[in-house]
Design a protein around this ligand. Structure first.
Ligand SMILES: *Cc1c(COP(=O)(O)O)cnc(C)c1O
Length: 374
């Protein structure tokens, strides 16, 4: 079995150091908002190239509190995509705002910037692009539209830590960048974790207050907040892992290039594309194939842990049924939802494993393309 991700292998690299640091936290008696939180916020700000970072309990909270910090709520519209994980739009609904969906660019799976303006109404407050699979969105175009229409930009970077657009890290283009440290992400902790980044001190202060019951001073509460602190144990683990992220991302890119080579000339398999001037960090290596569900099933039977991210576009999910959007509303999103297949991808995957994956995929695609077999 070749899994889509094998977190245990990473443990060989960081386990010993992480165990030592976690033990130190356990013995310190300081478990919440302590020195590891503070140090990690400084270290990751420096890494990303941004003035402020605020540790949170999840990527979902980062998105939700980002919207709160910009006073986006009931009656407001947020332009985003349906080709993403539900947390993106769930956050919009949590604050009472309405997600407005833009179709994707089929080459990148990301928001098609040329279709944003037609969705702008007097109620639009923000654009929420998602750097899906670690692939940066076209931030030049998105920022230009945002400036022209005076809209906020919140970047969902949960799958894209370290990714760059024209030499600048994602998350630093808009007003707020949101990250997740869920264990399967490129930089994952050993529980839940998240982060919001911003160059605005005002926004930073607001998120700091919101994460801790809506008050800057202990036991003085100015507004309804939440409990979304990152615990010290997770912060300590993230501090051990952060120095490795560039190396791990580089390895992912090398593995992606190797997959591309292995699939060269293979019929019926479309490999991922990169936009010019972007540094994609391959949170997923996602191909497109016809008869995807059959290929997927056959791969699983053959020990290849391929996955579908995501099987149902968000505008057709029950949670957003109240928006009244029907099939046909986002043709490219809907079409690609039926084609995408993510293959095993992690820093430690071996060449042998990649060869096995590619060989099996090519065989399964061939079998499924013959009429009657699938
Ligand atoms: C993982 C993810 C989130 C949510 O992060 P959590 O830490 O799991 O809350 C949001 N958006 C995208 C695109 C994600 O992949």
């Amino acid at each position: 079995m070749i899994p889509i991700l094998d977190s245990k292998r990473q443990y060989a690299t960081i386990g010993e150091k992480a165990e030592k640091e976690v033990l130190e936290v356990m013995r310190s008696g300081q478990y919440i908002l302590g020195k590891n939180n503070k140090a990690f916020e400084e270290e990751i700000s420096k890494y990303i190239g941004v003035k402020h970072a605020v540790c949170l309990n999840s990527g979902t909270d980062a998105l939700h509190l980002a919207l709160r910090a910009l006073n986006i709520g009931k009656g407001d519209e947020v332009i985003t995509v349906a080709f993403t994980f539900v947390a993106t739009t769930e956050s919009v609904e949590i604050v009472g705002a309405t997600p407005v969906f833009v179709d994707i660019d089929e080459n990148t799976f990301n928001m098609d910037a040329s279709k944003i303006e037609e969705k702008i109404t007097p109620k639009t407050k923000a654009i929420l692009p998602v750097h899906l699979y670690g692939q940066p969105c076209e931030m030049d175009k998105i920022m230009e539209i945002a400036k022209k229409h005076n809209l906020y930009v919140i970047e969902d970077c949960c799958q894209a830590i370290g990714a760059e657009y024209k030499g600048q890290k994602v998350g630093t283009f808009g007003d707020i960048g949101c990250y997740s440290f869920y264990p399967t992400k490129n930089l994952g902790t050993m529980g839940d974790g998240g982060l919001a980044i911003t160059n605005s001190e005002e926004i930073k202060n607001r998120i700091v207050a919101l994460r801790n019951h809506g008050g800057a001073i202990r036991y003085y509460h100015d507004e309804i907040g939440v409990n979304s602190r990152l615990d010290e144990i997770q912060a300590a683990i993230l501090r051990v892992k952060l120095p490795y992220i560039d190396g791990w991302n580089k390895q992912r890119r090398e593995h992606a290039a190797f997959y591309n080579k292995l699939f060269e000339g293979a019929e019926g398999i479309e490999t991922p594309k990169e936009l010019d001037g972007t540094y994609c960090v391959y949170h997923q290596y996602t191909i497109k194939v016809e008869n995807r569900d059959e290929v997927h099933k056959m791969l699983q039977e053959n020990g290849i842990g391929a996955m579908i991210y995501y099987p149902v576009p968000l505008h057709l999910q029950k949670v957003h049924a109240h928006l009244g959007l029907k099939e046909g509303y986002l043709p490219k999103t809907e079409k690609n939802t039926k084609l995408v297949l993510s293959l095993p991808m992690f820093a430690e995957i071996t060449e042998e494993e990649q060869k096995t994956v590619a060989k099996t995929v090519i065989e399964c695609v061939k079998k499924c393309s013959k009429a009657g077999v699938c």
